[in-house]
Design a protein around this ligand. Structure first.
Ligand code: BV8
Length: 248
């Protein structure tokens, strides 16, 4: 795959890179995305019935079982070449930050360290009623031993505020970055879908890598439509590997 040489040069010169990822980067690890028409989770399940605090209040067992199923799926999955290419970029770029909307934990398992899980993580829990300390959780039975209340996944549901520190760090990094990647996301869920605009306002180069067109496709400086596990490794190869070969 060839990329415009001017883009490769800009990426080689970039000091601060921010990458935002969504469910699309985990699709090739066998995890369903949310909105893909046939295969997406929302084609089978209604978000308002499963991914909101009210849904949990109405039927904690239904919601907990759904997240237990997703937890099992994500543990069976392995990071793919797309996840690994971002680990490589983190190692090579002077400053790099990975902001993910994914709750599957695959970026951390791939080795990403400069990582913000904006919407939480499937493998962590919280006390739903009283936010009690996590050292007294009966995860097996989904109970908080401190107050006897239900445990919920440590995930940001629709209508809930994102963790302030994670969001502030993501916005600050986006505003200061030279290059902003939007990878495997439909760019429709806010506030994550607004980060590219912060980067653009800071004169960053905005690059989209996505299987299908999104509301960002015509607004980005570059939009590469295709699979993240193919495009990202090819890009990293051209930015960093060819650079070294050239230097020899
Ligand atoms: C909040 C955790 C505020 C749960 C998630 C109207 C206008 C603007 C905003 C709103 C509005 N009405 C409501 C809102 C707010 C709402 C929102 O944005 N709704 C949208 C739908 C309009 N946002 C919120 O509720 C947020 N909170 O706003 O609070 C507030 C203010 C005051 C007081 C109180 C509160 C909370 C948002 C977080 C919700 N939680 N997930 C869980 O996981 O179960 S969001 C969920 O969807 C995911 O986490 C993800 O973040 C998000 C987006 O999904 P994507 O990752 O993009 O996945 P999707 O399937 O959509 O797209 C995948 C893409 O990948 C596709 O484009 C496909 O082409 C591509 N692809 C597929 N395969 C590949 C690929 N690309 C490359 N390679 C491949 N192989």
């Amino acid at each position: 795959m060839d990329f415009p040489f001017s883009l490769i040069q800009s990426l080689r010169a970039a000091q601060r890179i921010v990458a935002l990822t969504g469910a699309g980067i985990s699709a090739e690890s066998g995890l369903a995305t949310f909105r893909d028409a046939q295969t997406g989770l929302w084609s089978k399940f209604k978000p308002e019935e499963l991914a909101t605090p009210d849904a949990f209040r109405r039927n904690p067992k239904l919601v907990s079982d759904w997240y237990a199923w997703r937890r099992g799926e994500s543990l069976k999955a392995e990071p793919n070449a797309g996840h690994c290419a971002l680990v490589e970029m983190e190692k090579r770029a002077p400053q790099f930050l990975l902001v993910t909307q994914n709750v599957d934990g695959l970026h951390a398992r791939a080795g990403s360290r400069r990582l913000i899980e904006l919407h939480g993580n499937l493998h962590r829990f919280r006390c739903f009623e009283n936010n009690c300390a996590s050292d007294n959780f009966d995860v097996e039975n989904g109970r908080c031993r401190s107050c006897g209340g239900n445990l919920r996944p440590d995930i940001v549901w629709f209508g809930e505020m994102l963790p302030a520190d994670g969001l502030e760090s993501a916005v600050a990094a986006a505003e200061k970055c030279d290059v902003f990647f939007s990878i495997g996301t439909s760019s429709v869920v806010y506030p994550a879908a607004d980060l590219w605009r912060r980067a653009k306002e800071g004169d960053a180069i905005v690059i989209e890598i996505n299987k299908d067109p999104t509301p960002l496709t015509l607004l980005a400086d570059h939009s590469f439509l295709g699979k993240a596990s193919e495009i990202l490794p090819a890009l990293v190869e051209q930015i960093y590997v060819h650079q070294n070969r050239g230097a020899q």
